[in-house]
Design a protein around this ligand. Structure first.
Ligand code: AMP
Ligand code: GLY
Length: 427
């Protein structure tokens, strides 16, 4: 098959690495990719949201399968735009939800209403606009701190504000609704009850009828050790999640996964792709914190190395709606990934630093995120998150030890990484 993969992060390198192992994968293109994906296929200098450019590439290169990594093209409706274009081969397999399905990530209010309609456990909430600002103040007053405010639309992972004081929450609401803090994304704001617990990520792949559950993972979102400081895309991840045992996962499946997939069917939403459940374990009961309509990054970098399935075969089954016949095979070993980031990230950081010693890494997988080659073919940094170092081990401790050793060996100016990934799960 001729496959086109969209995206440029560690997630996409892991997807490219895994798809490349399939005998079904004859040609692999990545748009725009990074220096790591260039080792698995051919990078195309096309932004992942350039839908016209992507269409043109699909036509001229007879692409049979399109796999979409990040949320932006999904929320822009890439699935519908391709399906509605008569010049695009109808037989192409597209691993993506429709634009309606992508609203589960693209609109927090849509996601909350969907959960309400299908009785899926989530935090109690109300939604406000600039016209109902005063009602928003009153609703905040009725809640106990901390206060959780969420911009409705995509805000590059920064749209959630958590405040300890009522007056802070009220002024955050004003900035979002009236001062356009997150632009159009904060024209509506969801205010919800704060849930206390421990977070995890659960992923399914669905063909719109049946689904398979992928290995569970936990990511570490904050920049600083002990989960402090600013939110990032994710500084590391582990899989499996020890507390996500069979009993807990059964609750997740019965209360959350099945009603979500059935809800998608009942609402006639076309959905052939990944569903990412951001969950909170509240005293043994799972609640949905958020839906995403794609794989997580860096969760993908620990999930795919634990799966022995042929990923392209899985995607073909999604296309043909024969996923019910497929079993997911997961190895017993644990996986851990540690993300090396540019100093200053997630605020301002410098790019273009030469990356040294990557060839000295042993027994770990390196998934590239923000990397590229310069004119003299040196590997250089090209983003905030630079490299994910994934290791497998008998348990999380041994996997992490290996990743941390290799994280230390790789050098670039102002390199930063968290040395406490997975520590909270070890006690
Ligand atoms: P989100 O972008 O929806 O994943 O939210 C970002 C982070 O805010 C989540 O990963 C949680 O740590 C936190 N968060 C979101 N909603 C809640 C909630 N209702 N209660 C507690 N923490 C939350
Ligand atoms: N690691 C969280 C995300 O991909 O959104």
């Amino acid at each position: 098959m001729r496959i086109l993969l969209l995206g440029s992060g560690g997630r996409e390198h892991a997807l490219a690495w895994k798809m490349k192992q399939s005998p079904l994968c004859k040609e692999l293109y990545i748009a725009p990719g990074n220096a790591g994906t260039a080792e698995c296929g051919i990078n195309i200098p096309l932004p992942d949201s350039d839908i016209d450019g992507i269409k043109e590439f699909i036509r001229t290169h007879n692409i049979d399968m399109l796999v979409v990594g990040p949320e932006q093209p999904l929320v822009m409706g890439i699935y519908n735009k391709l399906r509605e274009d008569s010049s695009i081969n109808k037989d192409i397999i597209i691993i993506a939800p429709s634009q309606e399905g992508a609203k589960l990530e693209g609109s927090k209010n849509f996601a909350k209403e969907f959960m309400k309609r299908h009785n899926i456990p989530t935090a109690a909430y109300q939604t406000f606009t600039a016209d109902t600002l005063k009602d928003g103040y009153a609703f905040l007053q009725s809640l106990q701190p901390p206060y959780v405010l969420k911009a409705d639309g995509l805000a590059a992972g920064k749209g959630v504000v958590i405040c300890n004081e009522l007056h802070e929450a009220q002024s955050a609401l004003t900035s979002m609704l009236v001062e356009g803090q997150f632009g159009q994304a904060s024209n509506q704001v969801v205010i919800e009850q704060f849930l206390t617990g421990i977070e995890l990520s659960v992923f399914v792949l669905t063909d719109g009828q049946s689904y398979v559950i992928l290995p569970s993972a936990k990511d570490y979102k904050r920049i600083g050790e002990g989960d402090t400081g600013l939110n990032t895309g994710g500084m590391g991840a582990v899989s499996p999640v020890p507390f996500a045992d069979a009993r807990f996962m059964d609750k997740v499946e019965q209360r959350i996964i099945i009603p979500t997939v059935k809800g998608i069917q009942k609402e006639n939403i076309n959905y052939k792709g990944f569903i990412f459940f951001g969950l909170m374990n509240v005293s043994g009961d799972p609640f949905v914190i958020e839906y995403n309509v794609r794989l997580g990054d860096p969760e993908t970098e620990v999930i795919l190395p634990r799966m022995t399935n042929d990923l392209v075969e899985l995607f073909v089954a999604v296309g043909n709606q024969t996923l019910h016949a497929i079993e997911i095979n997961i190895i017993d070993e644990s996986a851990a990934t540690v993300m090396l980031v540019s100093g200053g990230y997630p605020a301002d950081y410098e790019k273009g630093k030469i990356i040294y010693n990557i060839e000295t890494v042993e027994n770990s997988l390196i998934f590239h995120a923000g990397t590229k080659r310069n004119d003299t073919d040196n590997l250089i940094t090209a983003g905030g998150r630079v490299l994910a170092i994934t290791s497998l081990g008998e348990n999380i401790v041994s996997a992490l030890t290996l990743s941390n050793q290799n994280a230390e060996k790789i050098k670039f100016e102002n390199k930063h990484y968290r040395k406490d990934i997975g520590k909270d799960l070890m006690s």
